[in-house]
Design a protein around this ligand. Structure first.
Ligand SMILES: *[C@@H]1O[C@H](CO)[C@@H](O)[C@H](O)[C@H]1NC(C)=O
Ligand SMILES: *[C@@H]1O[C@H](CO)[C@@H](O)[C@H](O)[C@H]1NC(C)=O
Ligand SMILES: *[C@@H]1O[C@H](CO)[C@@H](O)[C@H](O)[C@H]1NC(C)=O
Ligand SMILES: *[C@@H]1O[C@H](CO)[C@@H](O)[C@H](O)[C@H]1NC(C)=O
Ligand SMILES: *[C@@H]1O[C@H](CO)[C@@H](O)[C@H](O)[C@H]1NC(C)=O
Length: 448
């Protein structure tokens, strides 16, 4: 009698452990839409900004401002790929509410932790709104394309040649920790937006900056020949040493930028760069599961922080749109998305909530915005090859740009009366100022 043989027992356990999992048939658009719909519902359950008295565009603690921008970008693509527009109102409201005083995604009350990457993630959301033909704001409001241009222009003006031969610093303001770090994701955001603006507008100023950023990243070895992207470098050492941690989103952000540059220039140089980045992605494929994406730097040790838990979302997102603007890559990239989406579905419960690690095949029970967004992106991007590609201003894009957007931006927006006592970082900053004042006063007394 074979009832308790290992195979039968195994089958029973298998059923028991997957009975709760969400259902996903990777080659059925209806199934993908339905699974993505459940996961999108789980994602948006964290967001309350649309409620009266709440702030549109912010996620509650512990999620930083940038991740909210990333989430609205995911939801724009969700609408584009699935046709489900139930979140469009809250996306629209959030993207406009957070533009900041100068319409450049630098709201004053985010200054204490505002990096170029934080601004960049909102800028990329605005760029996606333009490319996906998301409803244009009324004429008296800032327009999606102009917002992306404002982010580009403010960042181009921060290009810093005083150290490391160029590049963007992580932080925008000198008083923030990380001002001395030139990191790959900040330069990646700038590169990504520049390449997409070039394709959207046909203006070579943007592609020139994309070239320049690529060359600089190579020049200080933030990327290598084969093509991997590392985290960043200390400008106090003139970027002579590189922090070699690799994150999925750095590979993804450069992949999509390179795909746009290839689409725009049709040059063999950009094609071979794109091919190199795609090969380099193998470092993020789990050795334990064929073609399944994992966050190699933290998942095996269970040390991913709240930000890092969302990074796979962006690699999946940018793999999807890479397949749209460089269709020849579908052959290589689609199997990665398919295997990863199938693995992600296995760790999502049928209530649409998902675990963090995909390659184990078992739900780890971890839950959060990062987990939801990653599962959503890896599923919905299965629809990218069969969906319409990003628009441009000659192929149906209607967003109105302003090449000079962001010209009035202030890179020192601290207005002291607006720093509240409850603001820890701000309070620390003020304390420092007082101390400097006292020391300066003492120096003055001694000197004179
Ligand atoms: C920050 O500024 C926005 C406007 O840019 C405002 O609506 C919001 O209430 C402020 N506070 C927080 C916590 O976001
Ligand atoms: C700093 O690095 C840049 C880029 O590698 C290099 O051109 C420059 O000469 C270096 N400066 C110093 C002082 O070493
Ligand atoms: C697209 O944008 C470019 C740059 O702003 C402009 O020169 C061109 O006229 C635009 N084309 C259309 C069809 O609007
Ligand atoms: C550029 O993108 C379009 C989609 O917008 C695609 O049809 C075309 O094949 C791409 N060009 C290249 C060289 O891949
Ligand atoms: C191209 O973009 C640059 C940088 O924003 C701008 O100065 C220039 O006017 C733009 N050219 C056109 C034709 O729009």
């Amino acid at each position: 009698m074979k009832l308790f043989s290992p195979e039968v027992l195994g089958a029973v356990l298998f059923i028991a452990s997957t009975a709760d999992a969400i259902s996903l048939t990777i080659d059925s658009a209806d199934s993908v839409k339905s699974a993505a719909g459940a996961v999108a519902k789980g994602l948006t359950s964290y967001y309350t900004g649309y409620r009266p008295g709440d702030v549109p565009g912010n996620l509650p603690d512990p999620y930083y401002w940038w991740e909210a921008g990333a989430m609205f970008n995911a939801l724009i693509d969700y609408w584009h790929y699935t046709g489900d527009d139930q979140y469009n109102e809250i996306i629209f409201q959030a993207l406009l509410h957070q533009t900041g005083e100068d319409d450049d995604y630098m709201p004053v009350n985010q200054s204490q932790s505002l990096g170029n990457d934080d601004q960049g993630f909102w800028g990329m959301a605005a760029m996606s709104a333009a490319e996906r033909g998301f409803k244009d704001p009324p004429a008296d409001q800032p327009q999606w394309l102009a917002l992306a241009q404002a982010v580009f222009n403010t960042q181009a003006s921060r290009w810093d040649t005083t150290t490391c031969g160029g590049g963007l610093r992580w932080q925008i303001f000198t008083f923030n920790n990380g001002y001395n770090y030139k990191n790959t994701i900040s330069n990646g955001c700038f590169f990504n937006v520049a390449a997409r603006l070039a394709r959207y507008t046909g203006n070579n100023t943007y592609s020139d900056w994309a070239e320049k950023t690529w060359d600089w990243v190579r020049s200080i070895s933030l990327s290598d020949d084969t093509v991997h992207f590392f985290d960043g470098s200390d400008d106090l050492k003139n970027c002579s040493e590189v922090n070699h941690i690799q994150w999925t989103y750095n590979a993804g952000i450069f992949m999509l930028g390179a795909a746009h540059m290839y689409n725009y220039t049709e040059s063999e140089t950009w094609k071979s760069r794109l091919d190199g980045i795609i090969k380099g992605v193998s470092v993020f494929l789990s050795p334990d599961a064929n073609n399944v994406i994992y966050e190699v730097a933290c998942e095996p040790h269970n040390t991913c922080d709240e930000d890092q838990r969302s990074f796979k979302a962006y690699l999946a997102r940018w793999i999807g749109s890479t397949m749209q603007v460089a269709p020849y890559t579908q052959e290589t990239l689609m199997p990665i998305l398919q295997a990863s989406a199938a693995a992600a579905a296995k760790v999502c419960a049928d209530d649409g909530t998902c675990g963090q690690v995909w390659y184990t095949g078992t739900d780890d029970g971890l839950r959060g915005v990062g987990e939801q967004m990653s599962a959503l992106e890896v599923m919905q991007n299965l629809l990218a090859p069969s969906s319409s590609p990003p628009l441009t201003n000659t192929t149906g894009g209607t967003s109105i740009g302003n090449p000079n957007a962001g010209a009035d931006s202030k890179d020192s927006p601290i207005v002291f009366s607006q720093v509240t006592a409850g603001d820890k970082a701000g309070a620390g900053f003020l304390t420092t100022l007082v101390l400097v004042g006292i020391l300066a006063g003492a120096y003055w007394m001694i000197a004179y």
